[in-house]
Design a protein around this ligand. Structure first.
Ligand code: SF4
Ligand code: SF4
Length: 351
């Protein structure tokens, strides 16, 4: 049976706010389960310092207001990242969130960094998948019954496409969990094109890159696969094996999402197809919009919401695969269905 996906389509001249009002009305029966006293975790990210496409505080505030009216206790949360920047510890991360407008005054509830100040709140929970045998997540994951995932839809350097699955898999795991998911990615440096500028050496969080006489060199034993060097190299001298490693990366993300979500009772996923960029909000401050705003997708099925967002946005065109180089997103949709994360078959209800 196909999963229902609701699509609040942005009409010409309309603002995202109006689209969100329609979506919240449509979701009334689904949101009403988050009743009196329920601690509802709203997972989202404000993205990197330079990114501007993130879901705006005003929209999050509308959801929070609705939940509070029902007597629920919503809170917005994210986790620390493994690469350099303002989200590597909770203090800088919170300052960045406040700077971007995510203050309790504006969103109507606390903004929490779930894995503590230095990302050390990490527990291991049993999993039984092909690649992952235990997931490493903040202890919150074990306690949480109610979850709403707000994801900004973008392209992605390794998985091709990023939506709810990536937001849950990466964004709800601890730093140790993030490293495990990335660990199959081992970039290499093209010795013929590297100009030895040192930019990749500077950003590598684990000092895996060293300086040889004419080029930089990555020690694959030390590398944790965070991909920061790929983004840092402006002349594209750092590259990865697109055909193999990103597929394993995509599988691990599906397994993590499944391991996390199977422990949470009530959940709903909203994908915001607005301010769409080729790069995700995490690493690059990519301000170039590759598509007009499309609207908001919502479903109780994480795979259906991602697959439908991808299908509507691409409409058969090569929008995210970077000239056919990346196919990990397609593999992810197939694999996610195989392990029971959700259904790739969906019924789109547009309104
Ligand atoms: S950033 Fe690129 S050009 Fe600069 S040292 Fe690293 S690989 Fe070489
Ligand atoms: S070498 Fe690149 S991918 Fe590996 S840890 Fe360093 S920055 Fe991350």
């Amino acid at each position: 049976m196909a999963s229902d996906v609701y699509f609040s389509k942005i009409e010409k001249g309309e603002r995202v706010k109006e689209c969100m009002i329609r979506m919240l009305d449509k979701l009334d029966p689904f949101l009403s389960v988050f009743g009196k006293g329920s601690f509802v975790g709203i997972k989202m990210t404000v993205g990197d310092m330079g990114s501007t496409g993130y879901i705006k505080p005003e929209l999050v505030g509308m959801l929070v207001k609705k939940l509070k009216k029902q007597g629920a206790k919503p809170f917005v949360f994210d986790t620390n990242v493994i690469y350099h920047g303002k989200r590597q510890n909770a203090i800088d991360h919170l300052h960045l969130a406040y700077q971007k407008g995510f203050t309790p005054g504006k969103i109507g509830c606390p903004y929490i960094i779930a894995d503590s100040v230095f990302g050390s709140d990490s527990i291991s929970l049993k999993a039984d998948f092909k690649n992952i045998k235990q997931i490493k997540v903040p202890s919150l994951v074990k306690m949480l019954d109610d979850l709403i995932v707000l994801s900004h839809v973008t392209g992605h350097l390794m998985s091709g496409f990023a939506g709810s699955i990536k937001n849950v898999a990466m964004g709800m795991s601890s730093r140790a969990g993030k490293q495990i998911q990335h660990s199959s990615i081992k970039p290499m440096i093209n010795v013929d094109t590297c100009t030895m500028c040192g930019a990749c050496i500077e950003v590598c969080p684990v000092s895996a890159i060293s300086e040889l006489s004419t080029n930089a060199y990555i020690n694959s034993e030390t590398c944790v696969g965070c991909a920061e060097c790929i983004a840092a190299c402006k002349i594209h001298a750092v590259h990865i094996n697109w055909n193999e490693d990103p597929h394993v990366f995509a599988e691990r993300m599906s397994e993590y999402a499944m391991g996390i979500l199977s422990r949470i009772k009530r959940k709903i996923f909203l994908n915001f197809a607005t301010d769409i960029t080729l790069e995700c909000d995490c690493i690059c401050g990519d301000d170039h919009r590759i598509l007009d705003d499309q609207g908001i997708f919502a479903s109780e099925d994480i795979l259906a919401v991602d697959k439908s967002s991808f299908d509507v946005l691409t409409d058969g065109r090569d929008i995210f695969s970077r000239g056919g180089k990346i196919s990990a997103h397609k593999h992810q949709f197939q694999y996610a269905e195989e392990i029971g994360l959700g259904r790739a078959d969906y019924k789109l209800v547009t309104f």
